[in-house]
Design a binder for this molecule. Sequence first.
Ligand SMILES: O=C([O-])CC(=O)C(=O)O
Ligand SMILES: [Mg+2]
Length: 225
Amino acid sequence: MVHVHTKFDRPSPEVVAALDRYSSATIHEAQGRKGALSHRIKPVDPAMAFCGPAFTVEAQAGDNIMVQVAISYARPGDVIIVAAGELEQAGSFGDVLATACQSKGLAAFVTDSGVRDSADLRRLGFPVFSGSVCIEGTVKETLGPVNRPIAVGGQIVRPGDILRGDADGIVVVDPLEAEEVARLSQKREDHEAEIRERHRRGDRSLIEVHGLAEKLKAKGLVVEE
Ligand SMILES: O=C([O-])CC(=O)C(=O)O
Ligand SMILES: [Mg+2]
């Protein structure tokens, strides 16, 4: 028997909105440099970004029947994320399925496999992140579990984990840590804003602004001017 679980704890919209304000790279740093999915998984358009709870799918490589099942049961705001064996030579999702996702109010579609119809996907603007773009379609044959923990992009993703994606890629956040991660992300943003302002003023060398002088000296850096 193959199970489709539709009930799992989703983070509150407030927690999702709190993380949505920060970039994937900021969140990754703020939570101690963890949770980044493989750099291979990228948006089909760098302007695409999202934040929302993971709705997980384990699909057979080269088969998208469970993607179609998942779209049927996902709820508005969900991010469908598919582990499909990292098969690059497969277009498992395209503008027809993206239109279905969009009209259901889903937040994004993510796969470690491929997608197709990329020009149409860009026109639609629905956030689609994938390991590849490929012409070839997939079969619709083999069942697989929905909303069980999956291994995808080098991370374990559980249903209800918070996913934040943008031009740099995707980071996964444990919902129990999300409020603290948002707080630390803001702290990091404030710190970077201050450093950028000092660079704009141009009143100090980069080495001083970034506090690197001591470290460089200790490592024995000699600058001959
Ligand atoms: O045909 C498929 O299964 C995927 C696709 O191209 C679409 O969603 O437009
Ligand atoms: Mg198509």
